[in-house]
Design a protein around this ligand. Structure first.
Ligand code: GAL
Length: 340
C-alpha cells in the first residue's frame, strides 16, 4: 500500500491541515463602537431601536423598531438582524410590516419589540408596546397596551395575534427577561401605579399570567439581569425621548424586596444621552460580560438614532456604566476589553 511510504510527520501535518479546514477558526474579538452609525451587511445603519436580543444556537438575533426613512408612514415595522459575534449584523427581514391591525387609529404606535422562543410550542412570540390615542384623550400614548405576534421561524414574517393590557394594567415601555431556569418574564411600566412591573408569561407565552413584583418606582426602558446570585434592574426616568440619569436596583429574588434605585453613571451625564433597553449577559469559559444596551434617540430623525452598547462594571450589588468607548467582545470566551 502506498501509505506505508508516507512518513508519520507528513501524515500528522496532513491531519492537522484537514482539521483546520473543518474546525471553525475562533473568531477574533469584534469591536463595538458606541454612539456611531452601525452599518449592517448592506452598509445601512441598523434599524433595531428600542430593541432586544434573542439567541438561537450560536446566533444572536437583534430585533427592534425599524424607523427607516423610506418606510410607508401608514405602517409600523420591526427589523431583525443576525450575528455570531455581536458586532457584525446581517439584515434578515422586516419581520413586521404592519398596517393598523385592530383599529388603534392613525397615530398608532409600535415600540420596543422583544422576541421569546417558546420551547413547548416551538413558536417565536413577539411582545411589543402598542399605543395610540383613546377617543377624546389629549395623549397619543393613552391606549397603553401590549401586542403579541407569532412566527414559526425566528426571522420570518410575524403574524399579529392580539393586543391587551397586561393584568388589566396600563402598559407602556416593555422589557424582556429570561431567568436562568428558562422562565420568561415581561417587564412593563405602569404609570398610574408609578410601577415597574415584573410579570410571568403563561406556558405558551401568549399571555401575561402573574405579577411577580410591582417595583414601586417610576422606571421605564426596564431591563433585568441575574448576575452572581443577585438580580439587577435597570431603567430610565419618565422623560420621553429626552435622556435622563438611568438607575439600577438589586434584589435576591425577582419578587423583591428591591433596594432603592441608584445612578448607573454620573447623573450630570444623563446616561451619556442614552436610554436603557436591555441587559445582555454573555457567559463564556473565561468571563461573564453584562452588556448595557441603550438607545440615543433622535426624535426628529428616528432612523438616525444611535446605540450605546457598553460592558458594565457589575458585581457585589454595584453596577456602573463606563463612558461610551470602543471595546471588543469575544463571545467565545465571554471577555470584554475596553480599547479607548
Ligand atoms: C420614552 C420611551 C420610548 C418612547 C418615547 C416617546 O420614554 O422610552 O420608547 O415611547 O418615550 O416619547
Amino acid at each position: 500500500m502506498r501509505l506505508r511510504h508516507v512518513s508519520l510527520g507528513a501524515l500528522l501535518v496532513a491531519v492537522a491541515y484537514c482539521l483546520a479546514l473543518v474546525a471553525p477558526a475562533h473568531a477574533a474579538p469584534a469591536s463595538i463602537v458606541s454612539g456611531d452609525l452601525w452599518p449592517d451587511d448592506r452598509g445601512r445603519h441598523v434599524q433595531a431601536h428600542g430593541g432586544g436580543i434573542t439567541k438561537c444556537g450560536e446566533t444572536y438575533y437583534w430585533f427592534g423598531e425599524d424607523r427607516s426613512k423610506d418606510n410607508d408612514p401608514g405602517k409600523r415595522y420591526v427589523a431583525c438582524y443576525a450575528s455570531e459575534d455581536l458586532a457584525h449584523w446581517r439584515f434578515r427581514n422586516q419581520v413586521i410590516r404592519l398596517a393598523d391591525p385592530a383599529g388603534f387609529g392613525p397615530e398608532w404606535i409600535l415600540e420596543r419589540p422583544k422576541v421569546f422562543f417558546n420551547a413547548k410550542t416551538k413558536q417565536f412570540v413577539m411582545y411589543m408596546h402598542i399605543d395610540g390615542r383613546l377617543p377624546g384623550s389629549e395623549s397619543s400614548y393613552s391606549l397603553a397596551r401590549v401586542g403579541v405576534a407569532v412566527c414559526d421561524t425566528v426571522d420570518g414574517d410575524y403574524r399579529f395575534v392580539k393586543s391587551f393590557r397586561p393584568l388589566g394594567m396600563e402598559s407602556r415601555d416593555i422589557g424582556q427577561f429570561i431567568d436562568d431556569d428558562g422562565s420568561a418574564y415581561l417587564i412593563f411600566e405602569s404609570r398610574p401605579t408609578k410601577g415597574f412591573v415584573i410579570a410571568r408569561l403563561s406556558d405558551d407565552y401568549l399571555d401575561v399570567e402573574k405579577e411577580v413584583c410591582l417595583v414601586g418606582a417610576p422606571i421605564e426602558g426596564g431591563a433585568l439581569v441575574h448576575y452572581q446570585g443577585l438580580y439587577y434592574a435597570v431603567g430610565s426616568a419618565l422623560t420621553g425621548w429626552a435622556p435622563n440619569p438611568n438607575k439600577y436596583a438589586t434584589a435576591t429574588s425577582l419578587a423583591g424586596p428591591w433596594s432603592e434605585f441608584r445612578d448607573i453613571a454620573p447623573p450630570e451625564k444623563n446616561t451619556y444621552g442614552a436610554q436603557s433597553t436591555m441587559l445582555l449577559k454573555v457567559v463564556g469559559p473565561k468571563a461573564t460580560t453584562v452588556i448595557f444596551m441603550a438607545d440615543v434617540w433622535k426624535p426628529d430623525a428616528q432612523w438616525d438614532s444611535r446605540y450605546v452598547w457598553m460592558p458594565l462594571e457589575i458585581g457585589g450589588g454595584r453596577l456602573w456604566l463606563p463612558p461610551p468607548a470602543v471595546w471588543t467582545i469575544d463571545v467565545g470566551t465571554g471577555e470584554a476589553v475596553l480599547k479607548h
